[in-house]
Design a protein around this ligand. Structure first.
Ligand SMILES: [Zn+2]
Length: 380
């Protein structure tokens, strides 16, 4: 399955499975399916349902079931209590039931990094603490006794408020100054994957050059900086996320440029971890960080403001710290490409990103208006 892509007009058992998942999620009516899975068709209704699902989950709404969409579809079927939850190093359990557990633990005042639907070591630790506090055997495994205890207790804070409180408390604890912070800078693509290529520019090269400029400026402010790749290799998104987690980074900034078949498309957009919709999950701090990056870039350059957006791309999701991905201009737009080719423009972009990082840690009373803070003010 992971190797294949399914879309409009496809048939067969895999399509039957996709349809069944959509029915289970209430995105597709249960009727209209013939008994034979070989006959199952990826029709207009399935296409619509997949697009709706992708939109809800912060995936690109392509209507195509690729490996990522299939995986998220598969994770969405779990309800809290459906299965035992435990931490498996290297192969964490992932699903909506884990997200529900994390939301519940947060509401009850237990420390989980954030609601991301991944049963990692921090979630396990929170389950242990919860078990200890309610007198359930402490094993870090969420089974019947723990489910029952979770259901019994009423939350001290409701909704996503606790999540926001904890994240802002964490910034507060990190302190206002940059020295000692760790930032991972992620130049997109690399190696055989050159990213988008247009107007004489190669995305992988532009991203690497921008990363080096950000690195130099951050290092000058006392930040420890790590790049996720060298000039010529291309680790996958999961390896990049693991690398950021292992370095205990405070933040991750991923650098890309965008492209579009229409050369008129142009502008800058910043993405953070989250889903769209009513009970959407999101990184509060990631959203704030994305807003700062976007505002500084728009204020300092003449790139069109394509705003910030929540996405669940692997790098955003699997990093345990606030991560943003910036798509700096459209390489397919002649004006944006001319900007990107200019070293002076790249310096301005790098400076905007560094200032956004600093602003994230500034207490509100120390903050200056967008676009005016100078890098030299940050160097002590
Ligand atoms: Zn890219």
């Amino acid at each position: 399955m992971a190797e294949h892509r399914y879309g409009l007009g496809d048939r067969g058992p895999a399509v039957s499975e996709i349809r069944a998942k959509l029915v289970q999620l209430g995105l597709l009516p249960a009727s209209g399916e013939s008994g034979d899975p070989v006959e199952a068709t990826f029709d207009q209704a399935v296409d619509q349902a997949i697009r709706q699902f992708q939109q809800q989950r912060g995936l690109s709404a392509t209507g195509i079931v690729d490996a990522e969409t299939y995986r998220v579809l598969d994770e969405a079927r779990w309800r809290l209590g459906d299965r035992l939850l435990s931490y498996v190093a290297g192969h964490p359990l992932i699903g909506d039931d884990v997200a529900a557990l994390q939301r519940r633990l947060l509401e009850l005042g237990f420390e989980v990094n954030r609601v991301d639907g991944v049963y990692g070591p921090v979630t396990e630790q929170a389950v242990r603490e919860f078990q200890r506090s309610v007198g359930v055997p402490v094993d870090g495994i969420c089974g019947p006794a723990t489910f029952k205890a979770l259901a019994r207790l009423s939350p001290i804070v409701t909704g996503g408020r606790a999540d926001a409180l904890r994240e802002s408390e964490r910034i507060h604890r990190a302190g206002p100054m940059l020295p000692g912070k760790v930032v991972v800078v992620d130049p997109g693509h690399g190696g055989d994957d050159r990213g988008y290529v247009a107007n004489g520019l190669v995305e992988a090269e532009v991203a690497y050059d921008l990363a080096a400029r950000v690195e130099g400026r951050l290092a000058a402010t006392g930040v420890r900086v790590f790049l996720t790749r060298g000039r010529d290799n291309n680790p996958d998104e999961a390896s990049r996320a693991r690398f950021a987690n292992e370095t205990n980074a405070n933040l991750v900034v991923s650098l890309h440029v965008d492209a579009h078949p229409n050369p008129e498309a142009n502008g800058v957009a910043t993405y953070y971890y989250g889903t769209v919709g009513g009970d959407g999950i999101r990184s509060t701090l990631g959203e704030r960080f994305a807003g700062l990056v976007q505002r500084e870039l728009v204020a300092r350059t003449d790139l069109l403001d394509c705003r910030t957006h929540a996405k669940t791309w692997d790098l955003l999701r699997y990093t345990s710290m606030p991560t943003v991905r910036v798509e700096i201009g459209y390489i397919t737009n002649p004006e944006d490409a001319a900007r990107l080719a200019d070293p002076a423009f790249r310096d301005i972009v790098a400076e905007a990103i560094v200032v956004a990082i600093q602003r994230l840690y500034l207490p509100p009373d120390m903050d200056a208006p967008t676009g005016v803070m100078q890098l030299r003010e940050l160097i002590r």
